[in-house]
Ligand binder design. Structure first.
Ligand SMILES: NC(=O)C1=CN([C@@H]2O[C@H](COP(=O)(O)OP(=O)(O)OC[C@H]3O[C@@H](n4cnc5c(N)ncnc54)[C@H](O)[C@@H]3O)[C@@H](O)[C@H]2O)C=CC1
Ligand SMILES: NCC(=O)COP(=O)(O)O
Length: 327
């Protein structure tokens, strides 16, 4: 029997807990998962069962939302993060990662954290889950991918100031990002010979150096090197014309140079169904594409579809991983 998915609760003042409840209402036994949270924080609109063994979630989730209890320091007040909860938020992620690494959980799905709330309440030194999970797993390089039916995107640089991008964007980082992306497309998305489009950094991909040099000096040499090794690559492409429907049909993933270059197109096309996947970890990790949405938390109007897609995607990836193991 496949192990259940661990869902870390994220920021208790955000929409994560109410979405976990909505996701359970829609998925129940179809996608067995358990929530790692303080039971006091879980909205009392559905039956809840507290677990002592996470493996019991597979049976338990048919009748109630299974919760693996973790004591947090504060209460959950919608829209008002309490620094006393920050340690609990971090520990829920760490526990989920441990359970995914030892096989008790088939994957980790993470509800959104509020980065500033974590910094205010702890000495959380990581910009987000992606970097924290790499640390927990002892992995140096990981890649953030956002995926939906219409598009997959990867930002090469992630949570850094735009002004720092040209310094951080090196040939080595781009090559590593492309390698992890190609492995992820093969192993986690089942695409045998992935086609990858590489964005330029500057307007018009630099237009021959007239609008910046990184496209010619950093990006093009990496693309050429990998093309010579038989990769299905194109680029550096002007980013403004690589996301319309006809352009998207030509690749399986777009590797972009900075956060917003990658995330704006997918959140515009598919905000309700986009899934954030971390590639390069020794376990499966997915997440909804949105954040904590303090402005609507507790109002019952947040859409659960991105979290539901994240749970479904984790389940598909876990199933294909165990198929590979069996053959
Ligand atoms: N995976 C994660 O942990 C993520 C965390 N964040 C964090 O979340 C916090 C807030 O970030 P924002 O930039 O404000 O983005 P956000 O995604 O929380 O909110 C942006 C807008 O989208 C709306 N929205 C978000 N999710 C929605 C849903 N499920 N249904 C309906 N409307 C929804 C919000 O109401 C808001 O108007 C930040 O600390 C950010 O770093 C952001 C993205 C992912
Ligand atoms: N903008 C994406 C985002 O903030 C998610 O980051 P992470 O917490 O999954 O690393």
């Amino acid at each position: 029997m496949t192990a259940p998915i661990a869902l870390s609760c994220g920021e208790p003042a955000g929409i994560g807990l109410e979405l976990a409840v909505r996701a359970w209402e829609q998925l129940k036994g179809d996608v067995p998962f358990f929530l790692i949270a303080d039971p006091r924080h879980v909205p009392k609109t559905v039956p809840v069962v507290e677990l002592s063994d996470p493996r019991d979630a597979v049976q338990a989730c048919r009748d109630a939302l299974p919760v693996l209890p973790l004591a947090f320091g504060g209460q959950a007040i919608a829209g008002q993060p309490d620094p006393a909860n920050a340690e609990g938020v971090m520990e829920a992620i760490a526990l989920g990662a441990r359970l995914a690494m030892d096989g008790t959980a088939s994957a980790l799905c993470t509800a959104p954290i509020h980065k500033k709330a974590l910094k205010d309440g702890t000495s959380f030194p990581w910009p987000g889950h992606t970097e924290y999970l790499a640390h927990l797993a002892g992995v140096e390089n990981v890649v953030m991918m956002l995926a939906s039916e219409q598009l997959r995107v990867v930002p090469t640089t992630i949570h850094i100031a735009l002004a720092d991008v040209p310094q951080i964007l090196t040939a080595q980082l781009l090559r590593k990002t492309l390698e992890i992306t190609r492995d992820g497309l093969r192993n986690q998305f089942g695409i045998e010979d992935p086609r990858i489009a590489v964005a330029g950094l500057n307007p018009h991909a630099g237009e021959g150096g007239a609008m910046g040099h990184e496209d010619m000096t950093v990006i093009a040499p990496v693309v050429e090197e990998l093309l010579s090794q038989g990769w299905a690559l194109s680029g550096p492409l002007p980013a403004d014309t690589m996301f319309h429907a006809a352009a998207r049909a030509k690749y399986d993933a777009a590797v972009c140079m900075y956060h917003d270059q990658a995330l704006i197109p997918i959140k515009t096309l598919d905000f309700d169904r986009g899934v954030n996947v971390t590639l390069g970890l020794p376990f499966i990790r997915t997440s909804p594409d949105h954040g904590t949405a303090f402005d609507i938390a507790g109002k019952g109007i947040a859409t659960p579809t991105s979290l539901i897609e994240a749970l479904r995607m984790a389940q598909r990836m876990a199933a294909s991983r165990s198929d590979h193991k069996e053959h």
